[in-house]
Structure formats: structure tokens, C-alpha cells
Ligand binder design. Sequence first.
Ligand SMILES: C[S@@+](CC[C@H](N)C(=O)[O-])C[C@H]1O[C@@H](n2cnc3c(N)ncnc32)[C@H](O)[C@@H]1O
Length: 446
Amino acid sequence: MRDLEAILKTSSVRIEPHLIARDQATTRSKIKAGAVILSIPSLISALLPDEKARRCDHCSKRPPLSQQLRKCTGCSAYWYCDTTCQTAQWKLHHKFICKSYQGFVSSNLYQSLPAHLKLDSLLLSHFAAYLAGAPTEIDKALSPSNIFLSLLPGPVKSVEIPPICGKKTTLTKERLGMLYARFGNNNFAIHSHLTTYGHGIFPLASRLFNHSCLPNAAARYIITGGGTPVIMEIVALRAISEGEEITIPYLDPALVQSRQQIFKFTYGFTCSCPSCQSLKGLPAQPQDSEAPDDESRNRLSLVLREFSGITSSANMVLHYGLPSSIPVDLCAVFHEGFLTKLSEAFAEASHEGHYEKARDSGLSILALYTVIYPQNYPQIGMHVLELAKTAWNAIILSGSSPELEQDTKNFLTRAERILEVYGREGDEDGPFLEIQTLKALLNDAQ
Ligand SMILES: C[S@@+](CC[C@H](N)C(=O)[O-])C[C@H]1O[C@@H](n2cnc3c(N)ncnc32)[C@H](O)[C@@H]1O
């Protein structure tokens, strides 16, 4: 821990003991909403299969339409922006993998793995190859690999190591097992505009940040290109006071019914954040029960919107709160099927151009989000932007009206305000470009 304190000396983060989770990250001084608390480069990453050949395997950048990625002529399976990215990854790990890659991925051993283990297998292969090129790195106190080995292992005692590709590493089977035992509860899904495109290892982030379902911070990913791997930034979602623990979400807090099970089996802890505490005091929704039917969903939605004070685009004073503030007869909204059905209804009505219906279910989703998520949670901003797009599409479809223009404007203003806190992540297009485009269109129409 002392070594880590040295790394963090010039940052706004301190590492301190935690009663249950070994250690925790706390703030040295007050942090403003939207501030970047820490920037952490990825040590190793791997793209999801669907993203292969669409992004650079090294820096994650998507090429502009006028350009193509450069294929590795050795394996024909890794793609890069240019020679800078290709050379950087060649040195980092690809030189140990290139020759055997095609044989490995077409082998029965690899092909018989389920999708999530295939990704683990490639990430572990990248890690092992990286260590083959830097064999002494693991013994250096502050090296990322050493920090990774110092992480808490997952709860399953004997995890089977997936097969790895590449030249034999300098790692013993025991070391490899130690690395893999830390995969499940320490790796990150890397996203662009909140859509996952790969997995990565960011040892310092794993060592520092504990989970909360009402986190005060969140990870966003910065793609810079030019041979630099993706960077994780931990951003404050609200003002954080001096000495307060900095927490991030390990999974989507909207998984209200299943999240405790996931914490137990994947991470080996019971979450006791304020959200989980207050849910404990409410009647639980049986896991195997049916989601509320259409009629109850409509009734629940209406009461939920009134309860949250979200009745129109103009009346959206978002009271972020805890589930405990929900009256007991509204608890069925925490059945995960309720949100799923609402989202389906919103998507269908938006798609078919039924604006009133879409706005109703969209506002109900927003009402639920404010109960489940913390202030300025980016998913809320993305959803309000969807509402703005739906209102704009209604203008296109059925002609403009002062109400529709006002709705579009209100939703856009609110979406921008929320998303500004989380800031820009990932690819160059995305929500801020959409907001600017919609604003310009709306101005022209007025
Ligand atoms: C990514 S690490 C977080 C850093 C960790 N505290 C440490 O000292 O290395 C994840 C592990 O921390 C612990 N942890 C994280 N959040 C927790 C929480 N809210 N309550 C209890 N334990 C937690 C669990 O053991 C989990 O598997």
C-alpha cells in the first residue's frame, strides 16, 4: 500500500484501509462534479469479435470512412490504424502471438469455449505475451502486472485457466492461474458512448475503486490513437467531499433483482451501499415471478411518474433518490421485467411513430431511472436524448407544433446538462454531436 501511496502522491486520490473490501480510494480534497479524478492507461485490451476489423486492435480507433485499417500480413486477423499502432502492438505482445493465432482460433480447444471465455482466452493470451516480452516486469513493485497480481482474487477457488495462444510464456502455470483468478472481478468492459466494444485490464483502477450501486464516480474511455492504447478516466458524477470514498459501478445498478447474486458469485461480496440497504427494507420481487402485465404496468407507470414529479418535458425536476422513497405499493417497478417491458414499449412506439405513447413510456423509464441511478448518471442523459430524438421524429412525421418543438428543446437541454458531467467518451461521433445537430435543425425549423 505504501508503494501505491507514492504513485498517488500527486493525484487527488488517497488509498486507505476499508473495513470489508481491504482498501478504498478516498479524496484528498473536495472534487467538483465532472472533474477527472484519475487517468489510467490500459495495460492490455481485446476487442469483442464483432468489433474486429472495425477498430484498431491497438488504440481502438475506428477509421474515418475514407480510410481503411491495415491488416497484419502475418496473421490476417489483427487490424491497425497505421504502422505506429501496428509497431506499438507488435512490441507490446503481438510478436509472440502472430504466427500461432490462426491455428489457435480454429482449434477445437478454442472453438468449444463459450463466447465470454473466448474473450478471456484472448485477453489472457495478450497478457501472457506481454509478460513474455517483459519477463522482469512482474517482479517490479510498482509495475502494472505486479499491481494486477496484488488484486483480490474472485470468489471461485479453482478456476480452470482457458487455453492461451502464442509462444510459451515465461509464466509458470501457477502464476498464470493467479492472473486468471483475478480476471472475473477485476477486468473492465471498455465502451464508447456507453456501448461495450472490448475488455481491458487497468490494474490501478482495479486496485483502487470499490463498487456502489449509487456511485459518486464512473469510468469513461478516451480513444486518442497515434499508438496510445485506450485510457480510462474516472469522472466525478457529483461534488465529492474531502475524505469521502470514491466509488464506481461494477455493473448496471438497474439490475435491481439480480445484482446481489452477481456480486456474490462474480465478486465475492455483499453490497451494502445506501441503495441496497434501502431495498432491503422493501418487499422483494420474487426472482421467478412474472413481470407486471400490461394493465398493471400502465397503472404503475402512471403512479411512478406522479410520484417522481416527471409528468411532462417541462416538469422534470429530477429528484435522484433511493428506492426506499418509493411507496410499498409501487415496489413491483423493481421487477427487472418492468423496465424491460417499458423499454420495449418505448422502442416500439418510437419506431412506429406513436409519439404520445412513446413519450409516456419514455417518461416512465426516466422516473424509474431517477429512483435507481445516482445524479448525473450518463444512462439518464442518453435516455433523455432518445426522448428528444423521438419528439423531433414526430415533427418530421406529422409536422411541427409548438408542443413538439418545446418537448424537443426541453429534452435536449436536459440531456446536454446531464451528459456534460460525464463528458465525452470513445468515438468522435456520439451524443454531443447528435445534440448539436438536433439543436441546429430545431433552430432552422423555428
Ligand atoms: C476491483 S477490487 C477493488 C479494490 C479492493 N478494495 C482492493 O483493496 O484491492 C474488487 C474487490 O473489492 C471488494 N469490493 C469492492 N467493492 C466492494 C463493496 N462495495 N463491498 C465489499 N467489498 C467490495 C471485493 O472483494 C471485490 O472482489
